[in-house]
Design a protein around this ligand. Sequence first.
Ligand code: FES
Length: 246
Amino acid sequence: MRETKAIIERVTRLNEHYQRLHLATEDYLNDIKPGQTVLARLADRWDPYLREQWWPVDAAPNRLIVERPGSLRYEPGQSVSLLGPVGQPYRYRRTLRNVLLLADDTTPTPLVMSMSWLLSNQISVTLVLAGQAALYPTQHLPPEIEVQHADATLGWPNRVMTVGWADQVFVVVRPDDELGRFGRIWSLFGELRAEIPKSYLFGIFQPVQPCGVGACQACLLPLRGGETTLACTQGPAVDLTQVRFS
Ligand code: FES
């Protein structure tokens, strides 16, 4: 992980809730993969004191596009300090045909960068938006993506079939109580499938990450058998078969 300066070249709005920052960066971030993030701070601000986790949605030579809440104010020309890449790329199975992405009452931004990568590898993608995730506009997403909106009980049309067909599932939940919310997702999938195999159902964890390199233990997650893991170095996607929810 290295630190670099980036410049906000453009700010584009998806809708009132989401905007994208087009950053000019050093080329070592060109290889950033779906699942990896950067820890960012505007160069002229110390508020918030800790760096924020920014999720790339696209990367190209010397360019990084990140998605941010629409309520925050950014200006072209602003300088940003970036630390990254943080975390491990999402671990896809070798043989993969269908992937289910689920955003439960939170932004689906951590899932967005993976969509074009999956489609370019002829893998079909279903995106389910529940609760606050429905505020995310989907018109800009590739038309091949099947978008479903879930109701308050996390039900959506053909849910049993979608879950059964999926070779892997990546879920993001509201970060206020990730273990509790992922525990409910675990129970739901346990009802929908005879068994939940390893490397099938992944939770994408987004705890506050003060260091991003495994030094401060702030992002420690409990695993079964009394083990632990760190979201910043081993995550953000963690196989939910390994997680201890309570
Ligand atoms: S953020 Fe410091 S150990 Fe993970």
